[in-house]
Design a protein around this ligand. Structure first.
Ligand code: CS2
Length: 489
């Protein structure tokens, strides 16, 4: 049976469909970037609030900004924005539930004005974002990349937005002109101080476009920082088959996730908020800094350590990486010796226990999170996940041996694009050509890879780092079999 609104009563006889009336929900939240992560994280929190009763004004309108979102738009059109969430426990237990918190979905390239109007509608209290680490238009030094052609276009044509900044500014301009309270802009991406970064970027954009609007946004709009966490692998055909076999349900794009969910948000909203913290795993705090630093530098960086090494070893999934003793060792050693010593104390969290729990989560054999997902967009991820650890250790005299070695491994990976068995690697990275060219020059110029300033910023100017890197990368190229390299650790 097809998953759609008409079939919902029948669908609900075999699979969990929370008992709330979708027709009564209004979309107080407009969410940009309805990928797997949003659908398994914030969407779940909203669904639980709706299922518990009340909160009817806090449903979600989904937005896809890019042409690449057309597939999900078409599926949502056929499925009336319904989808299934499949939660897989390490024990093999599975929970499946139909998600119905999304009221509607708009594909921006089809109707830009509809997206602006929807954000500008006073019913919209929060615009939330999961536009990926690469979606913020940041330079390696954390500034706004004003020179980007899409940004230049938007500055000249405020009524023809292309990026998130164009849409937000068009919508906020309408709110300001009508003297309405603005919405909160809530980033849910893995960037330290994601709210502050979004604010800084939007204000830089607006300063170049409309000083008056920049001043108003600076005064009136809240950008809460948050730490978001739930491992959400890429959906595979196996999940669709599972739903068909178990429930006779045809869902074209279900989402799978682990049972763990955490969301720590600063209680800083311009126009009201739901009681997100009524849901287990969600917490409002004054200052999210220690939590986000801990999560990004342990979980996300840890993923990258396993991802790059695992890819070079020809391992397909993160749980398979965790079955490899060498990889478990390198991961824990990196955490213990380089990442943890520079973390701040996190209230209520024992860092040793946190790392133990990450090992259990990574090992969940039923999640089968692909190494290729982890390695995708490394050029946007590593500057957020790993390079700050190197920079901080350099300034505090801490060890950078393993992180530097990982950059050397990434260089080799970008250069050769094959694993140690000679199989070619699936690399998904907007900068792959540039990284590949730089990496290929390593034998002639050991520092060539680091000269990609868009990724490494000013690290190339730090001699303590470059001299260690030069030795490390040379050793890597002399003995590139990754399992032999790993014996170092
Ligand atoms: C991953 C994250 O993309 C990555 O490299 O580390 O997607 C990670 O799974 C999530 O942040 C977990 O909360």
């Amino acid at each position: 049976m097809q998953l759609n609104q008409k079939n919902l009563p029948a669908v609900g006889r075999s699979i969990k469909v929370p008992a709330y009336d979708r027709n009564e929900i209004k979309a107080g939240i407009v969410h940009v970037g309805v990928g797997g992560f949003h659908r398994a994280h914030q969407a779940v929190v909203v669904q639980q609030l709706l299922a518990a009763g009340g909160h009817k004004e806090w449903g979600i309108c989904g937005i896809g900004l890019r042409e690449g979102d057309r597939r999900i738009a078409d599926i949502f059109a056929r499925q009336d924005c319904l989808y299934t969430l499949i939660t897989r426990y390490p024990t093999g237990e599975v929970d499946s539930e139909v998600m119905q918190q999304m009221t509607d979905f708009l594909l921006a390239p089809d109707d830009k004005q509809a997206v602006v109007d929807r954000m500008a509608n006073p019913e919209t209290k929060i615009v939330s974002l999961t536009i990926t680490e690469g979606g913020y238009n940041l330079t390696a030094d954390g500034e706004f990349d004003l020179g980007h052609p899409d940004i230049q276009h938007e500055l000249k044509h405020p009524n023809d937005p292309k990026t998130i900044y164009g849409y937000l500014s068009a919508a906020l301009r309408k709110r300001k002109d009508k003297q309405q309270t603005p919405f909160t802009v809530m980033s849910c991406d893995n960037i330290q101080h994601n709210g502050d970064v979004t604010r800084k970027m939007l204000l830089s954009f607006l300063s170049a476009q409309d000083e008056g609007l920049a001043a108003w946004v600076g005064e009136e709009v809240a950008f809460p920082n948050s730490m978001v966490d739930r491992i959400t692998p890429v959906t595979t055909g196996a999940e669709m088959e599972y739903l068909k076999d178990q429930f006779d349900l045809e869902d074209e794009w279900p989402v799978t996730c682990e049972p763990f969910l955490q969301w720590i948000i600063e209680d800083n909203f311009s126009n009201g908020r739901p009681d997100f913290d009524k849901v287990d795993g969600v917490q409002f705090v004054q200052d999210v800094t220690p939590y986000e630093k801990m999560k990004i530098r342990l979980l996300n960086a840890g993923h990258s350590v396993l991802g790059i090494c695992g890819a070079l070893m020809g391992i397909q999934t993160i749980n398979a990486c965790m079955e490899n003793e060498q990889l478990r060792t390198v991961l824990r050693k990196f955490w213990d010796e380089e990442a943890t010593p520079i973390l701040d104390k996190v209230e209520g969290i024992d860092l040793e226990a946190y790392k133990d729990s990450l090992q259990v989560r990574f090992s969940n054999p039923n999640i089968r999170d692909k190494v290729s997902r982890i390695c995708s967009a490394s050029s946007a991820k590593l500057p957020k996940f790993l390079l700050p650890t190197i920079e901080e250790n350099l300034s505090k005299g801490g060890s950078i041996d393993m992180a530097t070695w990982l950059i050397a491994a990434w260089c080799y990976y970008s250069d050769k694009q094959i694993d140690q068995n000679g199989q070619s690697l699936e690399i998904i990275d907007a900068m792959q050509d540039q990284l590949n060219r730089a990496a290929q020059n390593t034998t002639a110029d050991a520092l060539s890879f680091l000269r990609v300033r868009e990724v490494f910023g000013s690290l190339i100017d730090n001699e303590n780092f470059t001299s260690l890197y030069a030795t490390t990368v040379r050793r890597f190229y002399e003995e590139p079999v990754i399992s032999v390299q790993l014996q170092r650790w």
